[in-house]
Design a protein around this ligand. Structure first.
Ligand SMILES: [Zn+2]
Length: 176
């Protein structure tokens, strides 16, 4: 899946709009544990119909990518502006991870798989767009977290997602 996604990103061209940085989110609800339950209705629908049921789940509307433990899902055109964060929406690609990382592990088990898929996706995007995840300046450059947009009052992603760790992993993957 990460290799397929990287191949897909290579085919894209940003002409009308060019993002300056990525903003990372987690769903909160559903948690990863809920998502992994086979009876979860939205997961069944996505798997069966390849359809994004944001109305049921109240996920952020209009994120570009959705990342689970077993998939990287392209929801909105990566070459067009999406809707994911009020403060700098027109500058960013929105990437949503399934899980509630205020409480769930991001270091082991399926949470670590979500993390690794996210890192692979971000590395491919940063390489293609010639962006860097480090050198953070709010609203200008570097990887952003949704919670840095204070007016959205949204603790997203949860505290188990540590930006310095994510940035180091993306840089390592970009160099690989
Ligand atoms: Zn968010």
């Amino acid at each position: 899946m990460p290799a397929e996604f990287a191949g897909f990103v290579e085919t894209l061209a940003w002409q009308d709009w060019r993002p300056r940085f990525v903003t990372l989110h987690n769903t909160g609800v559903p948690s990863l544990a809920t998502w992994l339950g086979s009876s979860h209705p939205a997961r069944q629908r996505i798997v069966a119909q390849k359809h994004y049921e944001r109305d049921i789940l109240h996920w952020h509307s209009g994120v570009h990518l959705f990342v689970a433990q077993d998939l990287i899902w392209n929801l909105c055109d990566l070459t067009q502006v999406g809707v994911s964060v009020s403060c700098w929406n027109h500058l960013t690609l929105g990437v949503e991870m399934i899980g509630d990382y205020a409480t769930e592990s991001f270091d082991e088990g399926p949470g670590a798989q979500v993390r690794d898929n996210m890192v692979a996706a971000l590395a491919a995007l940063h390489r293609k767009l010639e962006l860097r995840p480090d050198g953070f300046k709010l609203g200008v450059r570097g990887l952003h977290f949704h919670k840095e947009c204070r007016r959205d009052h949204h603790d997203c992603p949860g505290r188990n997602v540590v930006k310095a760790d994510v940035v180091a992993r993306v840089l390592a993957q970009m160099a690989a």
